[in-house]
Design a binder for this molecule. Structure first.
Ligand code: FAD
Length: 154
């Protein structure tokens, strides 16, 4: 089994797209991530998986808090900015929820404090205890087989 085969297989799992954000010394860092899931209802826990080479890793460790922002269909540009797929010269402005930076107009903004960290292979899993939630009603951005998609109407 080679890396490409593994990536291709994992890409067959259609997901939403999130931007994970953390603030250190007043500076916000964002990163596009689709390795996200809910973990527990009571207590309310979520998990994100961050590559060891990602700058975001140290930002979350230093901050102790992070947000997960589920992107709307019209926010593909933000996904591309925070994945480093396009150069961005303008500053992205963040709102705050429970003191944690969040992406304005995301479908859902979820603020968390780090409750556990697990290093697994070349990624680190951050378990986040949910401290705040804000939900907006809109269509989701979808990622499937390496491409951005949107939900088809019936
Ligand atoms: P950088 O690469 O330095 O930053 C990312 C980009 O965000 C840069 O262009 C930077 O300029 C910009 N940026 C950051 N903060 C700001 C700000 N405040 N204002 C304006 N611009 C800013 N990787 C994972 O580890 N886990 C995943 O689950 C994951 N899922 C992904 C899903 C998708 C759909 C895609 C496209 C990529 C995914 N990646 C994932 C890859 C990850 O998004 C990229 O490797 C990313 O570049 C890593 O970011 P970084 O923290 O190393 O920081």
């Amino acid at each position: 089994m080679d890396d490409r085969q593994f990536r291709n297989a994992m890409g067959k799992f259609a997901t939403g797209v999130t931007v994970v954000a953390a603030e250190v010394d007043g500076s916000v860092h964002g990163m596009t991530a689709n390795a996200f899931m809910s973990v527990s209802l009571n207590p309310k826990l979520v998990v994100v998986s961050i590559a060891e080479k990602a700058q975001m890793l140290e930002k979350i460790k230093q901050s102790g808090t992070f947000s997960v922002n589920i992107l709307a269909a019209n926010q593909q540009d933000l996904s591309m900015i925070f994945a480093g797929q396009v150069k961005n010269n303008k500053e992205v402005v963040f709102d705050h929820l429970d003191g944690v930076p969040v992406v304005p107009n995301a479908l859902a903004q979820i603020s968390c404090m780090v409750s556990a960290t697990h290093e697994e292979g070349d990624h680190t899993l951050f378990i986040g205890k949910v401290t705040g939630i804000q939900v907006n009603d809109s269509e989701p951005l979808i990622y499937y087989s390496g491409k951005y998609r949107s939900l088809a109407e019936d």
